[in-house]
Design a protein around this ligand. Structure first.
Ligand code: GLN
Length: 190
């Protein structure tokens, strides 16, 4: 089972290691033909405006959107979540989005870079709390009926699932705890 990691910007290497730790074969995805060769795809955090532009420039937006619509599991972390969101609230837009997930997000709404933080989350399906790292993270302000909330913090969803789409406002690749990646790998295997 091959799990791709979008290799345009962000914590690509860390996600590749986490995919491996979760028991799947990690593959870097940079070109349209790479999208066809994976069973699932992770979009790392970074800067969503930049990643969105690169997705278009590398001709990746359409292939990813099409495969996700056809049922390929897709996991977006932080900026990846922003790129999956149907709606952006607030002043900072994120153009070139994929618009796949029925959520409304506000960019950078947990504060500035210096306000990045960690906390323990209770995650649906995990026995022990999950240590989550938030870096200039987006807040999910609203989620549609088809969106399952798997974890929340201060009343806002931070890990959500809609069918075969998974998204988190935190960075699961930064703590060496593979459990969220395992959850995604299981979605890919099912
Ligand atoms: N602040 C970034 C954005 O709005 C997201 C940050 C991240 O991915 N860690 O695109």
């Amino acid at each position: 089972m091959k799990v791709g990691v979008l290799g345009l910007q962000g914590d690509v290497r860390e996600h590749l290691s986490a995919v491996e730790a979760a028991g799947a074969a990690p593959v870097v995805v940079k070109h349209p033909e790479d999208v066809a060769a994976v069973d699932g795809l992770i979009m790392p955090g970074g800067e969503s405006t930049a990643i969105g532009k690169l997705l278009d420039r590398f001709g990746l937006s359409e292939p990813i959107r099409k495969r996700a619509n056809d049922g390929m599991p897709l996991y977006g972390t932080c900026a990846g979540l922003i790129l999956m969101a149907n709606e952006i609230v607030g002043d900072e837009d994120a153009p070139h989005r994929l618009r796949l997930l029925d959520v409304a997000v506000r960019r950078n709404a947990y504060g500035r870079q210096v306000d990045s933080f960690e906390c323990d989350l209770d995650v649906e399906g995990l026995d022990q709390p999950y240590r989550a790292v938030f870096i200039r993270a987006p807040v999910i302000e609203a989620a549609g009926h088809g969106v399952e909330v798997l974890a929340e913090r201060a009343g806002a969803p931070v890990l959500v699932r809609q069918g075969r789409l998974l998204a988190s406002s935190f960075h699961p690749e930064m703590t060496g705890d593979p459990r969220v990646h395992e959850m995604f790998v299981k979605m890919v295997a099912d």
